[in-house]
Design a protein around this ligand. Sequence first.
Ligand code: PMP
Length: 281
Amino acid sequence: EWILHNDEFIQEDKLTISKEDRGYQFGDGIYEVIRVYGGDLYTAKEHIDRFYDSAEKVKIVVPYTKDVFHKLMYDLVEKNEINNGQVYVQITRGSYVRQHQFPADSTPVVVGYTKTVERPLELMRNGVRAKFIEDMRWLRCDIKSLNLLGNVMAKQEAHESGCFEAVLHRSEMITEGSSSNMYGIKENVLYTHPATNLILDGITRRTILELCAELGINVQQTPMTKDQALQMDEFFMSSTTAEIIPLIDIDGSKIGDGTRGALTEKLQKAFEARLNLGVQI
Ligand code: PMP
């Protein structure tokens, strides 16, 4: 398997990372996950733009142009012969003797690798259970930061309760999932948290909002309370790897009739139509 290290492709066993890499010590870096369908990078431009935006927000300069970066991602997928899968890519501020403030002169370190991942078709059809968990993260959730401890703790707690995802809330207001965006549907209106500093502006979320416009589903970008969420007709989550997965139960309360909702299914099918993979779901 080939790994991207800065601007070189190397074999995995040749990769070395410094003990003082700031990603390793501080989570001082950002990342992206780009989906690969049928050997092609999906919504590559959006992911690459967000990678550069996240880097800029934490004052890391990506050491090449977006075009060069795009080609590196493309070549990595091709070299590893990935058909359905993903690219994971991160950039850290590099390594330096441990100190909190930015080093005067460190060189950012990029690492990228690929993985084969199939579409979670069963989960997409049958839905999953979820759990409300207090959102304890910082106030810059718009940055795709390597600091994921808040997300990791929430996902673990959900997992220990036999749930697939955590529905995070700040006080009564639902923000997003531990690694996904969240949506409720009530009487043909889709509700989701606005793309503020409290959530990641998901690329899948943007596609879903476009599909709602095409399908005539009204959208209200206002946060739902936990009580409102439990009263929704349908509920679902979205992410690059999960696409659109129905939440059929939150905290032991059934959503709707406890099966995938009609509009959720419609959105899944419209999403799938954009992938040019034929009908699978
Ligand atoms: N929110 C969080 C916290 C996430 O980790 C993710 C997954 N990257 C998302 C939302 C969904 O974003 P996207 O659709 O771009 O994968």
